[in-house]
Each structure stands twice: as structure tokens, then as C-alpha cells.
Design a protein around this ligand. Structure first.
Ligand code: ATP
Ligand code: MG
Length: 418
């Protein structure tokens, strides 16, 4: 029979790799804790409507990347392609804003997007991220950015660039949209089909283009900062000054924008030179209009999402300290089995990492396995040891061996530094 293979664009995380994931997750959790963020976990699937409203029908995610289906009860459901909309949904549903004026939430989760699989781009992938609800003030913008940079610096990512911009308030954006259209009108016939489509309904997204001659055209385009209100300007300057104060470097990118109306002010992206074409590690920004748009009380919010596969790719295959076996129990013969099974259990309850041969192998094969397992000591119990009540303890580094009472083994091993 042919064997069944995994779906294209999905990955198994095997032992060896899973240790790198755990190390990354532990760092993230510790740093979230230090900054006062609490974990939120939301379901794997939601109503499709949450994403069409919360992410926007014009985005790549909603227009072509969602895994959606109608279930047996006729409900339109979607595997979550991003986390901001589900977290906002949950924030509203459980009235978190009513319980506390400030809510700082984080997540580590798997997401699903039907993309063209390639290095750094998968159909199931993982993100960690945060959403901070309640403050419109620039100190939270700076904190959110600082947190992301702290995680990346802490895990040893190098070659990072923090790109920063402000897209101002919704009022300034309609001015800017007009200014941008006026500027692009004479170039309309030179624009790609995609950009021509965006021209009417969402010209800001044209700034996102990867087409070289469009980038060239856009060099002289008006900048969104020309349309900022006085408050937008102060807000951005304060974000920058707080980052300066914390010693965080950034580069201001006037074309770093988001197309949707509920995005406001700060936007940022973090890229790594250690990656190829898919070099974005983290994207974030402020979305002061989103909670209200999804049916909650008007609440300012800001967050980011970072791609974990890309982080691990950028880190390269650095060795992580994997935990190894400390004690290997070599049991020989039918009679000793209850004793060794119980001994292994007792050692493990004392937090000693213990391996027990369960293949009923020969003494020689078990000793070979013990040496390979990187255990520090082997405990050998055969019929003779069972009868005398004394197990042989072998130091696998020096080869020294000594008899120890089977009854006192756990205490004895506990007293050793393994
Ligand atoms: P891109 O422009 O690379 O498609 P995006 O704008 O779709 O990114 P976001 O939705 O902002 O990305 O997600 C935040 C981060 O999640 C990205 O910066 C990236 O690191 C990661 N990411 C996004 N899509 C994928 C994917 N299909 N596979 C792996 N990681 C991804
Ligand atoms: Mg994408």
C-alpha cells in the first residue's frame, strides 16, 4: 500500500527541531511575562465573517488565502489565517475592556493560509504576537516595538532592520488618498493591472508594490506625513523619541502603509538580512478603529505578529542544549522487571531523567545504548543483584563501578551530581 504524505506547505516538527521551537517559545513566554502580557488562546476556526470584516475583503488573506468551508449545519467557517481579528472578537465577547482599562495580551499559535509554498512561506505556519488594548498614547507603541526587538535580540537574531512610519488618523488619510491619486493619474497607463485596480478603491496599497518601475514612479509621490494632523505629528515624534531613549534604532519608511481604514498612526515592520525573498519577520501597528468596527466600544489598540518559521530560518541551525538522559537502567532477566520498572518510576518522580530498556535486549546491547544515550550513570540489575539486594552502579565516563543497595538507590542517585 502507498503511504500517506503530509499536505504541501505543512511541516512536521520532529524531535531535534522541536527543541529549537521549545527554546524559542520559552524565551517568548519569559519576555511576555516581564513586560506584563498575559496569554490568550482562541479557537482554531471562526466564522468566515470575522475575517472578511476584521481583515478586509481586499486583502490577499481574505481574497485568496483562506481555508473556508460550509459545515454540515450550513455555517461558513474559516481556519484562522491571522490572530488580531480573533483576539479582538474575544476581547469584545468577554468584555475585557470593561474589566480593566488596559489589556495586554499575547499569543503563540498556528495559522492557515493557502499560499504558494516556498522557503519561509507555508500553508500552516506559526506566529507569536501581542495585542495591547486601551491606550492611544505613544508610550505603548514604543513598548510594543521594544518588546518585539527584545525577543529578537534575546534569541540572537542579527541583521535586523526596524522600519517605522505613521499613517496618521483616518481624516488625514482621505486627503492623502486624493493627493496620491492626483499624483498617479498621469502615470495610470504605466501602472500594473493590480495597481490600476487599487487606484480607485485603495490607492494606498499601491505603495506596497514590488514592481521596480512602479517603485521608481513612487519615488516622487507625495508622502503621507504631508497630510498628518498636528496630533499625528506629535504622536509619531513621541514614539520616535521614546525609541531613541531606549536605544532602539529604526529607519523611517514613508511608504510603509496599511490600506484599511481602521489602521491608524504607527506602522512598523522588522526584516532580517539572514533571510532571502521572504525577509519580513514581524509586522505591526496601531488599529484604533478595529474594536468598534467589530462591534465593541471604541477602544484603541496596537499589536504585532511575528513569523516563527522565519525566525528559526534566520537563526540557522544553532545547537540548542537538549536535555539528555541522566540514568540508564540496565535490567536483565524476567525476575528483575518489576523492580526496574518501579525504580525507573521512582527516579522520574524525583526529577531524574531516566531511560529503561523496553526492548528486552542483551546486556551488551543495553550497555551500548546506555553509552550512546549520554547518560552519566548506568544502574545494572540482574538476577544476582536482585538476590543480593545490591545493584551495580557504573559511572559511564570513568567506567568505575560500585555496588549500592537497591532499596536506597533513589536517595543515593539523588545525592550524586549528574
Ligand atoms: P508577506 O508579505 O511575507 O506575505 P504578510 O504581510 O502576509 O507577509 P503578516 O500577515 O503581517 O504577513 O504576518 C506577520 C508575519 O508572519 C510575517 O512578517 C511573516 O514573518 C509571517 N508569515 C506570514 N505569512 C507566512 C507564511 N505563509 N508562512 C510563514 N510565515 C508567514
Ligand atoms: Mg502574505
Amino acid at each position: 500500500m502507498t503511504s500517506i504524505r503530509s499536505i504541501k506547505g505543512t511541516q512536521d516538527i520532529l524531535p531535534g527541531q522541536s527543541q529549537r521551537w521549545q527554546a524559542l517559545e520559552t524565551t517568548i513566554r519569559n519576555i511576555m511575562d516581564t513586560y506584563g502580557y498575559s496569554e490568550i488562546r482562541t479557537p482554531a476556526f471562526e466564522r468566515t465573517e470575522l475575517f472578511s470584516r476584521g481583515v478586509g475583503t481586499e486583502t490577499d488573506i481574505v481574497s485568496k488565502e483562506m481555508y473556508s468551508w460550509t459545515d454540515q449545519g450550513g455555517e461558513n467557517l474559516t481556519l484562522k489565517p491571522e490572530l488580531t481579528a480573533p483576539v479582538v472578537r474575544s476581547f469584545i465577547q468577554h468584555n475585557l475592556g470593561g474589566q480593566s482599562p488596559m489589556n495586554k495580551l499575547y499569543y503563540i499559535d498556528a495559522l492557515f493560509r493557502r499560499e504558494r509554498p516556498q522557503k519561509g512561506r507555508y500553508r500552516q505556519f506559526h506566529q507569536f504576537g501581542i495585542e495591547a488594548f486601551g491606550s492611544e498614547h505613544p508610550e505603548i507603541d514604543a513598548e510594543v516595538i521594544a518588546l518585539a526587538m527584545t525577543v529578537f535580540n534575546n534569541i540572537g537574531l542579527e541583521g535586523l532592520t526596524l522600519k517605522l512610519n505613521s499613517i496618521g488618523s483616518p481624516e488625514c488619510r482621505s486627503d492623502y488618498r486624493n493627493a496620491l491619486r492626483d499624483f498617479l493619474k498621469p502615470h495610470f497607463s504605466d501602472l500594473s493591472e493590480t495597481s490600476q485596480k487599487r487606484f480607485e478603491n485603495n490607492p494606498l496599497r499601491i505603495l506596497d508594490t514590488k514592481v521596480p518601475h512602479e517603485i521608481e514612479i513612487l519615488k516622487d509621490a507625495p508622502q503621507i506625513s504631508d497630510s498628518w494632523t498636528a496630533e499625528d505629528k506629535t504622536h509619531f515624534e513621541e514614539v520616535c523619541s521614546f525609541l531613541d531613549e531606549m536605544g532602539i534604532q529604526y529607519s523611517i519608511e514613508p511608504n510603509l502603509v496599511r490600506g484599511l481604514d481602521y489602521y491608524t498612526r504607527t506602522t512598523f515592520e522588522i526584516t532580517s538580512t539572514a533571510l532571502g525573498a521572504q525577509n519580513a519577520i514581524c509586522g505591526g501597528g496601531r488599529y484604533d478603529g478595529l474594536v468598534e468596527m467589530l462591534g465593541g466600544k471604541p477602544t484603541p489598540g496596537i499589536g504585532f505578529a511575528a513569523g516563527m518559521e522565519r525566525i528559526l530560518l534566520a537563526l540557522g541551525n544553532v545547537e540548542t542544549n537538549s536535555k539528555t538522559t541522566q540514568v540508564y537502567i540496565v535490567g536483565l532477566g524476567d525476575a528483575v522487571r518489576p523492580t526496574v520498572v518501579k525504580l525507573a518510576e521512582d527516579l522520574r518522580h524525583n526529577n531524574i531523567r531516566t531511560q529503561l530498556d523496553v526492548l528486552r535486549r542483551s546486556m551488551k546491547a543495553q550497555m551500548r545504548d546506555a553509552n550512546k544515550s549520554s547518560a552519566t550513570i548506568a544502574v545494572i540489575i540482574g538476577d544476582k543483584e536482585l538476590k543480593s539486594g545490591l545493584a551495580e552502579i557504573k559511572d559511564l565516563k570513568t567506567g568505575d563501578q560500585e555496588p549500592v543497595k537497591i532499596k536506597g538507590l533513589v536517595d543515593h542517585i539523588n545525592s550524586l551530581t549528574l
